[in-house]
Design a protein around this ligand. Structure first.
Ligand SMILES: [Cu+2]
Length: 407
């Protein structure tokens, strides 16, 4: 039976203690960073009443949820919620997966200050691992005095905003306790403004079991996975041996700003061994490919032109039920994570090569000097939608476009 999941979200200023004894003036939902975990089952209705007690306007975007256009939380479909006002978001969650909600207004500052939280939707036949964790990765840019670095200098406009403080669930490089011998399901969200995370768990093998739009057809073994801003991955992690200590880290990656340093996000400490009760990896969710490699693009999106647009642009309408094959062309010298609102797509090819598995995504990295071809189908949710670069500073600079889905 579908339920109504009701939640009050109060956006407010808070002293965000990101490390013991260290706080910054943050913005938070219900006084916590990240905001409360919203959990629902497929088919449930979420009713989230936002009260804005911030000193500035805000809006909530439900990243990855296939909801009606008017609930998407962007300036194209609603008036910003002014200080003292309330707005109720109401929508059904049709897909199982790891999603997140975050501010979509002055977001370079509001998300950096903490306005984000996880939204978990469960299906009928989920993999049964020993334990589940949600890990929201983030970073924080402070100045030499330890205050929030000022927003929007010209370097940030181009390079994005990256900080030296690495956070997991709002805390700087925390320690996670894990039982030996167990296999956990980790739902990982990259909530950073700009930081790319080439995620490694001490170089240990893990299984990628899901992406933005839910579970893969079958797990894929890996020792690293790139998680760009906005993206999610789900991993089956472990087992580890009692007494081990393993780092959750970001490996060096060059997104066009030179190779980054290896960075630590958290430490996993393995405690006493506990029996593993893993019995089922769930029923595989077969994903039917929407297109093959020789499907001709119906539209080309030139990310360089988009980046230099400098203001909100309008793209052609999309007709409900008409297969979209979009060629994302990135001739710039930097990677850009492309985010489509409200719909999932499949990656058909990257520079002519098909991806290792078919998956549902709402955010995909378009590497520098590369082309990524995606396929998607608009189901019957007409209205105003958008796509943009999920490097928030690029989005704010105008690396975005609106388009209408028409019946
Ligand atoms: Cu970008």
């Amino acid at each position: 039976m579908p339920n109504v999941v009701s939640i009050e979200l109060e956006a407010q200023e808070v002293a965000w203690e990101f490390a013991p004894g260290r706080s910054i003036p943050g913005f938070a939902y219900n006084g916590e960073v990240p905001g409360p975990a919203i959990e629902a089952n497929v088919g449930d209705t979420i009713e989230a009443r936002l009260t804005n007690n911030l000193p500035e306007a805000t809006m909530v975007h439900w990243h990855g949820i296939r909801l009606p256009a008017e609930m998407d939380g962007t300036g194209a479909v609603q008036r910003a919620v002014e200080p003292g006002e309330t707005f109720t978001y109401r929508f059904v969650v049709p897909d199982a997966g790891t999603f997140w909600y975050h501010s979509h207004h002055n977001e370079t500052e509001q998300i950096e200050r903490g306005l984000y939280g996880p939204l978990i939707v469960r299906g009928a036949d989920e993999p049964k691992l020993d334990r589940e964790r949600v890990l929201l990765l983030d970073d924080l840019k402070l100045d030499v005095e330890g205050n929030v670095s000022p927003f929007g200098d010209s370097h940030e406009h181009h390079a994005g905003r990256e900080g030296e403080i690495r956070l997991v669930n709002g805390r700087q490089e925390p320690e996670l306790e894990l039982a030996g011998g167990q296999i956990e399901r980790w739902r990982i969200v990259n909530a950073a403004n700009t930081k790319y995370v080439r995620l490694s768990i001490g170089g240990r093998p893990f299984s990628i079991i899901g992406t933005d739009g839910g579970l893969l057809s079958e797990p894929r073994e890996a020792t690293e996975v790139l998680v760009t801003p906005g993206e999610r991955v789900e991993l089956a992690v472990g087992p580890f041996d009692e007494g081990e200590s393993v780092q959750i880290e970001g490996l060096p990656y060059d997104r066009g700003q030179g190779e980054s340093e290896q960075e630590q996000f958290a430490t996993v400490r393995v405690g006493a061994t506990a029996p593993s009760r893993v019995t089922s990896s769930g029923s595989p969710s077969h994903i039917e490919p929407l297109a093959n490699a020789d499907s001709e693009p119906t539209r080309t999106i030139d990310m360089k032109a988009l980046m230099h647009g400098g203001h909100a642009q309008r793209d052609d309408p999309v007709k409900v039920g008409e297969l979209q094959i979009w060629e994302l062309v990135n001739e710039t010298g930097s990677d850009h994570p492309f985010h489509l609102h409200g719909f999932f797509f499949q990656v058909v090819e990257v520079d002519g090569e098909p991806p290792p598995v078919v998956s549902w995504e709402d955010t995909v990295n378009v590497p520098k000097k590369s082309r990524v071809r995606i396929a998607w189908l608009a189901d019957n949710r007409p209205g105003q939608w958008m796509y943009h670069c999920h490097i928030l500073e690029h989005h704010a600079m105008g690396m975005m476009a609106h388009f209408e889905v028409v019946p």
